[in-house]
Design a protein around this ligand. Structure first.
Ligand SMILES: O=C(O)CCC(=O)C(=O)O
Ligand SMILES: [Fe+2]
Length: 292
């Protein structure tokens, strides 16, 4: 199955035919990337000045924006410049919401808009711990923020001004990954997940689902042999292009590129057209138990 589903869309609020919407929801729920090679997030001249790692503060690799609290994190920009940066990120947040509303309208009543991120640093050659190393194939799962089964839908736009692509690898279908890694995953230590929440190490309760997802994430990244031998495909996402992926389901690795916007959107499994295709339902079927 090809990894990408192409769309001709050139505007974030473009009207689509019903057949296009059907194609989109089918593709995304089956683990494909919705790819809009000609959908460009346009920056004005002043905004292009943010396209430098200097926009980041010393300890951050991306700038994050919480649209509900109107809060910006990770930037060295102050006062007026920070407000301008925030406005740019707010616009990306709105553009991606419009895109999801037009291409995946069925999700609209169910979604929750989470963080917006701007990534002005080159990702190739960055030194991090293996768990944080996104150049290794992984499915998204985060230690401090349990998802409790909720889907992670992400909108990405490559805004590189020099035409540099964002290069990713895409790996095997979720069920194939799960079948390989589940047998290696130990049950959680009794009481540990309550404690994590009580002492504030997780923002909410780490369900069994979160335990399995996080273990899969870590063990995929830890397995060098798997990284090299797993069935995979390299994709060049062009500058001036946009793509949408369910990153909890699609095994992915970001190899190189600079200057990217990303919007995270959460979708409850019950909002899907085919909930049985979700990582939650697949893991519940494979482990023969309720996980949330
Ligand atoms: O920065 C990127 O290109 C993608 C990194 C990644 O793994 C993610 O956003 O889930
Ligand atoms: Fe990721």
């Amino acid at each position: 199955m090809p990894a990408l589903e192409f769309f001709e869309t050139i505007r974030f609020d473009e009207k689509l035919l019903n057949a296009e919407m059907d194609r989109a929801i089918q593709a995304i729920e089956n683990g494909k990337v919705l790819f809009f090679p000609n959908l460009k997030f346009i920056l004005n001249e002043q905004e292009t000045e943010f396209l430098t790692p200097n926009t980041l503060d010393a300890k951050s690799k991306n700038i994050s924006y919480d649209h509900r609290r109107q809060q910006l994190k990770g930037t060295s920009c102050k006062v007026e410049k920070a407000a301008y940066l925030q406005a740019m990120m707010h616009r990306f947040c709105e553009s991606s919401q419009k895109l999801v509303a037009t291409i995946l309208p069925q999700y609209q009543p169910h979604i929750h808009i989470a963080r917006t991120s701007f990534r002005p640093a080159e990702i190739e050659g960055r030194v991090t711990s293996f768990k944080k190393d996104d150049t290794r194939l992984h499915v998204d799962a985060f230690p401090a923020t349990p998802n409790q089964g909720t889907r992670i839908l992400r909108v990405f736009s490559n805004v590189n001004p020099l035409g540099k692509p964002r290069v990713w690898r895409l790996g095997e279908p979720f069920e194939k990954v799960a079948r390989q890694f589940l047998p290696r995953i130990k049950k959680p230590f009794p009481g540990s997940r309550c404690l994590l929440h009580k002492v504030g190490l997780t923002k909410s309760y780490r369900t069994l689902y979160d335990h399995y997802m996080l273990q899969m994430h870590d063990q995929m990244k830890a397995d060098i042999n798997y990284q090299q031998t797993a069935e995979q495909e390299t994709i060049h996402f062009p500058a001036g292009g946009t793509w949408i992926v369910m990153t909890d389901q699609v095994s992915h690795a970001a190899m190189s590129g600079q200057h990217l916007f990303e919007q995270t959107i959460h979708l409850p499994v019950t909002g899907m057209a085919q909930p049985e295709l979700s990582p939650l339902k697949i893991l519940e079927r494979l482990t023969e138990q309720k996980l949330v």
